[in-house]
Ligand binder design. Structure first.
Ligand code: P6P
Length: 340
């Protein structure tokens, strides 16, 4: 793979993977690249331009919206809509999906996008990394007609592309179109993303576990047993580390590079888990499986779950195969709990 490719060159070079591609997906990925740079600029200035704190509104999740949530959502929406690249968008920050009409009143684009425009935004005012997560499908309803909910409620195994932007110590775009996972780092001096992490893969053996252990008493027994197993392994001299940032993209990114598992299980206080299937779990699951990792709800592949509503939540286990396999062993002892 050419060293020092820019993201733009990489997108064009990889277009050949899509037989008869009309370049629409390339234009979509380029639009995401542009929006990511605009949001990055604002995220990096968050402490300076008084856009911290809550926007005062509450989104459909019942969570207070941070102003940057609203800003990031608007940037990605406008960038995509103004370029007539997709026929529909669903967002964590929008109660319902948005059908997009082209200038001719119709919309012949074939892709839809689902996103969490700024995941982990409650970390913004404590200067902790946050991220944008996106997922792309081909529409299943006839081109030219307005999209319907069916276009958005597709299983994750139908994704065409998925990725995230991590606004961290450096800003990166990590994405897949089904041919492996590649990471690009922004050179802020010239506003260009460079291929810095080609062919990203989870290490075979992981030993980092990411879970909010404050919820231990609320966890399913299988998760409690897995955590007890780790403690026993440490007693025997095996090395494990607990790392939990409270920002999915950041925890996932570190675990993919160093090896590890992220768990947000169902619990007595979150009976369906906390993370959203369509625009958090499915895209991260696509990335995980494309980088020799795994992603389940504790029992089944995330990408095999048939969605029933836009903002539905599912339990989320994601990471290195060795750790995921062990966690699944403990979860299977209580398969009856599977009906969350
Ligand atoms: P908790 C952020 O709100 C988020 O959706 C993920 O990015 C993060 O991993 C998780 O929730 C943190 O949730 O309940 O541990 O604060």
């Amino acid at each position: 793979m050419k060293k020092y490719s820019t993201l733009g060159e990489f997108i064009i070079n990889n277009q050949k993977h899509f037989k008869g591609s009309s370049g629409e997906l390339s234009r979509l990925l380029n639009a995401i690249r542009l929006a990511a740079k605009v949001v990055n600029h604002q995220v990096n200035r968050a402490g300076l331009v008084d856009i911290l704190g809550n926007a005062g509104e509450v989104n459909i999740q019942g969570e207070e919206q941070q102003k940057l949530d609203v800003y990031a959502n608007e940037i990605f929406m406008h960038t995509l809509i103004n370029r007539e690249i997709v026929c529909g968008i669903a967002s964590e920050e929008e109660d319902d999906f948005v059908a997009i009409k082209g200038n001719n009143g119709k919309n012949d684009n074939k892709y839809i996008l689902l996103m969490d425009p700024l995941d982990g935004s409650s970390n913004v005012d404590v200067n902790v990394s946050v991220g944008t997560i996106f997922s792309v499908y081909e529409r299943i309803t006839p081109e030219g007609q307005p999209v319907t909910k069916d276009d958005f409620l597709q299983k994750g195994n139908k994704q065409v592309a998925a990725g995230y932007v991590v606004y961290g110590t450096s800003t990166m775009i990590v994405y897949t179109t089904g041919n492996g996972v590649n990471g690009f780092t922004l050179n802020p001096a010239i506003g260009t993303f460079y291929l810095s992490h080609p062919n990203m893969n989870f290490p075979k053996k992981g030993n980092i576990y990411s879970i909010n252990e404050a919820n231990y008493i609320h966890f399913p027994q299988g998760v409690k047993d897995y955590l007890k197993y780790i403690q026993k392994q440490v007693e025997k001299g095996h090395k494990y580390t607990s790392r939990y940032i409270g920002s999915l993209v950041s925890d996932y990114h570190r675990n993919m590079i160093k090896g590890g598992i992220y768990i947000y299980p169902q619990s007595t206080n979150n009976p369906k888990g906390k993370l959203r299937l369509l625009y958090e779990c499915n895209p991260m699951a696509f990335l995980a499986e494309q980088s020799n990792g795994m992603a389940t709800d504790g029992y089944q592949r995330i990408m095999d779950i048939k969605p029933t509503e836009l903002h539905q939540r599912v339990p989320f286990f994601c990471g290195s195969k060795n750790m995921m396999t062990k966690a699944a062993e403990f979860m299977s002892n209580y398969a009856g709990d599977a009906m969350y």
